[in-house]
Write a protein that binds this ligand. Structure first.
Ligand SMILES: NC(=O)c1ccc[n+]([C@@H]2O[C@H](COP(=O)([O-])OP(=O)(O)OC[C@H]3O[C@@H](n4cnc5c(N)ncnc54)[C@H](OP(=O)(O)O)[C@@H]3O)[C@@H](O)[C@H]2O)c1
Length: 335
């Protein structure tokens, strides 16, 4: 099949391209040529900015388009217009974050989503505040204006090799360092998906012309934070000791969920980590064993410099200060 990947040289897009090449497809990438342009010598690279160079797509046709880099309604709308009649199937990579807060426990695709106020549908600047509503509007544009079958994928947290966000590698690095490790509630559910599993499935969505919308996260079986951390410790085989602090303590010190202490989410928001992905599983989404994701991500991370600041999580100094404060308070609790 001829597959056009809009993006394709960063984290998820790279894995989509690799999966498509591994499955024998003829792959074209469309991006600005700024992020790792030589990464895929076996794919065709069309250089252009999707905000203003869509005419570069005029001279060809594809069976499938996979859009990993559609971040604003204007860009997605222009891309869908440019590709209507030129591609047979359009997959848009959205996010599970489109779900309205509070997310119900076990939410599926029928749960309500954030919406942009009509006056903001031309929004060009995406912020943490409007990200969910902007992606939801991009979904609507693909669903309603592409002139063929389209599929919307809503991934949860995507993790694995090449993930430079450090929202997953934090735990491996920290546990490997050993000693007393500050962790949040161990009974919190956690969900994430290995980038290689979702990338492979996104390619199959094009091959099999999936339609509709699917939440997509893993792992295969329900998992708690405590089980995940225990598995990291077992695999890394280190002497690390977990000190569990509560949500109120982390919030008191202004820690941002998922970012300042990766995978942590306060109890009142934890339903976001209980998404029901039955629809995706029914369409063949499979998640590799957790041990493979942890091991492979750790091995990839070992190849990166360890003396540069990471992009998420606590520094050792911040963690030590929090641990000292927590232990002081525990000592003062009356018997
Ligand atoms: N990571 C997660 O946990 C997570 C979770 C849920 C959903 N998602 C979704 O997954 C997607 C992430 O995709 P990704 O990892 O591949 O990263 P991305 O940052 O969305 O896309 C980067 C790619 O797009 C290209 N690009 C950026 N701006 C461009 C422009 N103006 N014109 C043409 N190409 C452009 C980049 O190449 P150049 O720089 O060379 O142009 C690069 O190839 C996003 O849609 C995100 O919303 C991610």
């Amino acid at each position: 099949m001829k597959i056009l990947v809009l993006g394709g040289t960063k984290f998820l897009g790279q894995h989509v391209v690799q999966a498509a090449l591994d499955r024998g497809h003829d792959v074209t990438l469309f991006n600005r040529g700024q992020s790792d342009p030589d990464r895929f010598p076996d794919a065709t690279l069309l250089i252009g900015d999707r905000t203003c160079d869509l005419d570069k797509l005029a001279g060809d046709r594809w069976d499938v388009a996979i859009d990993t880099s559609g971040h604003t309604p204007l860009d997605v709308s222009a891309t869908v217009d440019a590709l209507s009649g030129k591609v047979g199937h359009y997959t848009y990579v959205s996010t599970a974050s489109v779900l309205s807060q509070p997310v119900p426990f076990g939410a599926d695709e029928t749960a309500p989503v954030e919406e942009l106020p009509p006056c903001e549908t031309c929004v060009v600047e995406v912020t943490d505040h409007n990200y969910a509503a902007v992606k939801s509007e991009c979904e609507r544009i693909v669903r309603e204006t592409f002139d063929g079958p389209s599929f919307i994928v809503r991934p949860g947290l995507v993790v694995g090799p090449e993930d430079v966000s450090d929202r997953f590698t934090y735990w491996m690095r920290r546990i490997k360092f050993g000693g007393d490790v500050l962790v949040s509630r161990p009974d919190q559910p956690v969900q994430f998906i290995d980038v290689r599993d979702i990338a492979d499935w996104i390619v199959r969505a094009g091959e099999e012309s999936f339609e509709g919308t699917c939440l997509a996260t893993g792992p295969a079986e329900p998992l708690t934070l405590g089980e995940f951390l225990g598995e990291c410790k077992r695999i890394l085989d280190v002497a690390a000791y977990f000190t569990c602090v509560d949500d109120a303590f982390l919030l008191e010190f202004g820690l941002q969920p998922l970012q300042d202490l990766p995978l942590w989410i306060p109890r009142e928001q934890e339903a976001f980590m209980t998404l029901d992905c039955t629809a995706a599983r029914d369409k063949g989404l499979r998640c590799r064993p957790l041990v493979d994701t942890i091991q492979d991500t750790y091995e990839w991370d070992m190849g990166r410099p360890w003396d540069v600041p990471v992009n998420a999580g606590l520094t050792l100094d911040q963690e030590a200060e929090l641990l000292t404060t927590w232990m002081d308070r525990m000592d003062r609790v009356p018997a």
